[in-house]
Design a protein around this ligand. Sequence first.
Ligand code: UDP
Ligand code: MG
Length: 323
Amino acid sequence: MSELNTPDISVVVPVYNEEPNIDELCSRLVKVLETAKRSFEIIVVNDGSKDHSMQKLFEWYHRYPNYFRILEFNCNFGHHNAILAGFEHVRGDITITLDADLQNPPEEIPKLLEKMDEGYDYVGSYRLGKRQDVCWRCWASKFNNKIRARITDIQMSDQGCMFRAYRRSIIDAIVRCGDYTAFIPALAYKFSSRYTEVGMRHAPRFRGESKYGLYYLLRTHFDWMTGFSLVPLQLFTLFGFALSGFSFLLVLYILGRRLCIGPEAEGLFTLFAILFFMLSVVIVGIGLIGEYVGRTYQIIQKRPRYILKNIYQQSDDDVVLKR
Ligand code: UDP
Ligand code: MG
């Protein structure tokens, strides 16, 4: 590396219980980046791993102290917060994010760099061929992509793929915006002026299991829905207008019927069915408003998005090497 403080490329990797993947990840990353003939740093963010990921990372840090920097959280703050922490510490002009489980093969990094060299400030990726995840994840992801494209102005083919490259200006904007539940690919899209995508190979997880259950995916879905669009609320308002119009016509009809034919004796269960339907719509509406209110509440609280226990790196102006 020509100058430690200003590498050309910063690679940010979030790590949570990835002990069996770290050797393979680091050796492949170092190999690819060394052949790219640019200065680089690899920032690994240990997101409160409970296995021996940290020890493994130390081995790599001691072997290549000029390449590796480790940010250690004091407990688990989640994938996106780990990436945000990495963003707050990057020094390179180009930042690349990828997962630690080797589903994003590091050998594809040159494709991202090629596109960045063409002048784009944000390069996303989409997974080529069959996605190497369980079926329900693939379907949920397709569904999410479709809804997002309709209710937000964010147009990307594969929002779930974190294998991406960002110009420094985009990183700075994301760091400045201080969003509590940031959905990084979408935030970056908002701030970018030249976005493009490249197709990437997608491998099955090298070792271990995915950290994401159904609940986490639902949360992420709500995050970008409430963080990037007011359309769900507006749809509800529109639906409310349509429903009140329909109810008004129904009241007129029933009134007319009562005057002409007499009181209605049957139809009790139909009434219940309509009532239950209305009730469920109201409950969903309240939940939806709750999502927005909860999000605002979190932003107002201004709690730290993560807490750093330690930073391991070669001496720097602003950070003391703590080991
Ligand atoms: N990860 C993290 N914190 C978490 C969960 C995941 O830093 O709370 C990291 C994980 O180590 C991996 C990346 O985020 O590097 C993606 O996680 P995973 O492979 O489990 O997600 P999937 O590929 O199944 O979406
Ligand atoms: Mg994965």
